[in-house]
Design a protein around this ligand. Structure first.
Ligand SMILES: NC(=O)c1ccc[n+]([C@@H]2O[C@H](COP(=O)([O-])OP(=O)(O)OC[C@H]3O[C@@H](n4cnc5c(N)ncnc54)[C@H](O)[C@@H]3O)[C@@H](O)[C@H]2O)c1
Ligand SMILES: O=C(O)C(=O)C[C@]1(C(=O)O)C=C[C@@H](O)C=C1
Length: 306
């Protein structure tokens, strides 16, 4: 593949930034990648592991002269970082972000983006429960969605160029409106994370009753919850504070369904439970059949006779 941006700057050097760096290097998509992280310790680690061609001591130094700046910090830190780099951005450059929430990021970053610089928010639908500069790997975005959230009237050439970069790191790219994005992600990512955090919290409370059995005998379903609940506390605090309305809307619906299932269990309504689980199983089969979860152990096996 060929160079898409001459110089890319990564602000915030954690899981997502380091994965972007390794994926850019894998396919030679930029001539130079600069980087900055707030803590000196993270910058030292980045230098030690060769993360970025040049690690800078300020966000402004990393962003100056960049053709593309990627904001890879927690959603709540986006505004401060944008304010710091705004004055040094060169005309014609593009700024994007990888934040898990889009409306809030647009409102907090846009005021700091000068005229003549393209701001094209984006979001990779890929991650792990790990964080920090050593957590990244080049394959993270392979065959995952990467959503672009351009404002109406955005420069289409700038959008196409950013699309080419994210396709170059292995993703499938789609465009979406910010509010729709935040609602969809509240269903598919934000509410599920909150439920996992809660379930693990409940188990931890119970542990005092059952000693270490909850951990010792934890079945696969619970182990999946513990993986999700190990995700970065700062990142997820910011997600819930900035995608408040959509998350509360989905949690409201979740609670209603939970009460209905609770009632079915109490009244012995097996038909309700069976019908409900049949419906949800069909959703899982649909995801696998659409080829959207190639990591799943049951991938390719769903067409067996029922
Ligand atoms: N982890 C995921 O699964 C995932 C997936 C998709 C998108 N995202 C989004 O990507 C962004 C980064 O997440 P991550 O998982 O890479 O986090 P991370 O914790 O691994 O890295 C965040 C980095 O930002 C730095 N940072 C924090 N505040 C800063 C500030 N004010 N100035 C400069 N640097 C600062 C931290 O030191 C760290 O290096 C978040 O906005 C998150 O919502 C995360
Ligand atoms: O796989 C995981 O560990 C993730 O939580 C990744 C995940 C998700 O919910 O799917 C988390 C947050 C994002 O903004 C995008 C992806």
């Amino acid at each position: 593949m060929s160079v898409i941006y001459n110089r890319v700057a990564l602000i915030g050097l954690g899981l997502i930034a380091s994965s972007i760096f390794w994926a850019i290097k894998r396919n030679g998509l930029a001539a130079e990648v600069t980087g900055y992280a707030r803590s000196a310790e993270t910058r030292d680690t980045a230098r030690r592991i060769g993360l970025c061609d040049r690690v800078c001591d300020s966000a402004a130094e990393a962003a100056a002269d960049a053709d593309l700046v990627v904001l890879c910090v927690p959603v709540g830190a986006m505004a401060a970082v944008a304010a710091e780099i705004g004055p040094v951005l060169k005309p014609g450059a593009t700024v994007t972000d990888v934040g898990s929430v889009k409306r809030d990021v647009i409102e907090s970053v846009s005021p700091h983006v000068p005229e003549g610089v393209h701001f094209i928010p984006s979001h990779p639908l890929a991650g792990t429960e790990h964080s920090g500069p050593e957590a990244g790997f080049a394959e993270l975005f392979d065959n995952r969605w990467w959503l672009l959230v351009p404002a109406e009237g955005s420069d289409r050439q700038a959008v196409a160029r950013l699309r080419a970069l994210w396709e170059g790191v292995g993703s499938n790219v789609d465009e979406m409106d910010a509010d729709h994005h935040d609602l969809v992600l509240a269903v598919t990512s934000h509410a599920p994370h909150l439920i996992a955090y809660t379930m693990v919290g409940v188990a931890d409370d119970l542990r005092r009753v059952t000693d270490s059995e909850v951990i010792k005998y934890s079945a696969a379903g619970f182990r999946d919850f513990t993986r999700i609940a190990a995700s970065d506390p700062t990142m997820w605090r910011d997600v819930f504070l900035t995608n408040k309305d959509a998350t509360l809307e989905i949690l409201g619906r979740f609670t209603e369904e939970l009460f209905a299932l609770q009632r079915a269990i109490r009244t012995g309504d097996g038909d309700h439970l069976h019908d409900y689980f049949t419906r949800t199983r069909a959703i899982r089969r649909g995801i696998i059949e659409a080829g959207q979860d190639t990591d799943a152990p049951d991938f390719g096996r769903v067409k067996q006779p029922k």
